[in-house]
Design a protein around this ligand. Structure first.
Ligand SMILES: Cc1ncc(C[n+]2csc(CCOP(=O)(O)OP(=O)(O)O)c2C)c(N)n1
Ligand SMILES: [Mg+2]
Length: 298
């Protein structure tokens, strides 16, 4: 018989493999365009692996299922990361990633809800994700979400109300609208809202610490009435534990603050100077894939 420890070890190993494939998917898409927000995608791959392959409830063949957890990507420029995860989750075919950013593709370079299955909102105007999450959570509450929307009649999902997740960036902590939404969530005790902050310490104009200081991030969320946990966002085990801790906390919204590294898993890209939007030479993509595989296989 398999012990609980063995099961957890297997679960973490499967998630590490998913994170590897998400990174692979992102590199493959990056190669199609020769450039893009590849560094961010590599940085959040572990978060997305744990979210999509361990935490979120959804039906891959029915992206609009009422009982699904909603994952809102307010950072429209991170679309490449989400596509990589949606492919890993079986919501879009892996082969379709080759159309990334091309005319007529369902996978535009900035996230568009009307184009892509599983893309809940059109992000890109930074600072709006948490405001939409707040409205969705209130809407679900007023609709009596737990009675109507969340029970999966055909499946064996537990009948819990849908959760709303918002992945936001450290740059979005500079937006007043983020903090307005944070106040509203806390005021209404929206404990089905979970914010996930990608603290990659970077923005388009340079390091976040130079553009507009956001620290101490945990203290700020706590002061706004949120249950806040900060983890190494590139540590699968810490992420799983963090999500579990948030889930077990009722009565207030919760936030997982994730410190990540841009380009994580590909040394060639971890050390790029212009990391916000990367141009990668044609012959470097295979080097990147090789480095990724080498790091994963250990
Ligand atoms: C409201 C708004 N202001 C400015 C921009 C332009 N912009 C696009 S990405 C970006 C950087 C924001 O920081 P972050 O998301 O942390 O960047 P990254 O980690 O991807 O480098 C900015 C300022 C925008 N999209 N929306
Ligand atoms: Mg950033």
């Amino acid at each position: 018989m398999t012990s609980t420890t063995d099961q957890r070890t297997d679960r973490l190993a499967a998630l590490r493999h998913s994170a590897y494939r998400i990174r692979r998917n992102a590199l493959d898409m990056g190669e199609v365009q020769g450039q893009g927000y590849v560094g961010q995608a590599l940085g959040v791959a572990d978060i997305l692996a744990v979210a999509y392959m361990d935490q979120l409830r959804y039906r891959p063949d029915d992206p609009h299922w009422e009982g699904r957890d909603r994952f809102l990507l307010s950072i429209g420029h991170y679309a490449i990361a989400l596509y990589a995860a949606l492919a890993e989750a079986g919501i879009i075919p892996v082969a379709e990633l080759q159309t990334y950013g091309s005319d007529g593709s369902r996978l535009p370079m900035s996230g568009m809800a009307s184009y892509t299955p599983g893309m809940e909102i059109s992000g890109g105007s930074l600072g709006h994700g948490l405001t939409v999450a707040t409205g969705m959570a209130l809407g679900l509450r007023y609709r009596g979400n737990d009675a109507q929307g969340s029970v999966d009649p055909g499946g064996d999902d537990p009948p819990a109300p849908p959760r709303i997740y918002n992945l936001l960036s450290d740059g979005e902590l500079n937006e007043g609208s983020t903090w307005e939404a944070a106040q509203v969530c806390a005021h209404y005790g929206l404990d089905n809202v979970t914010a996930i902050v990608d603290v990659n310490a970077l923005q388009a104009d340079g390091p976040t610490a130079d553009v507009l200081r956001t620290e101490p991030i945990t203290d700020k969320w706590q002061a706004f009435g949120w249950y806040a946990v900060r983890v190494d966002g590139n540590d699968i085990e810490a992420l799983v534990a963090g999500f579990e801790e948030l889930r077990a906390h009722p009565g207030s919204p919760s936030v997982l603050i994730c410190d990540t590294r841009v380009g994580r898993g590909v040394p060639l890209l971890e050390t790029r100077e212009k990391a916000h939007f990367m141009r990668v030479d044609a012959d470097e993509w295979q080097i990147a894939r090789d480095q990724l595989e080498e790091g994963f296989r250990g």
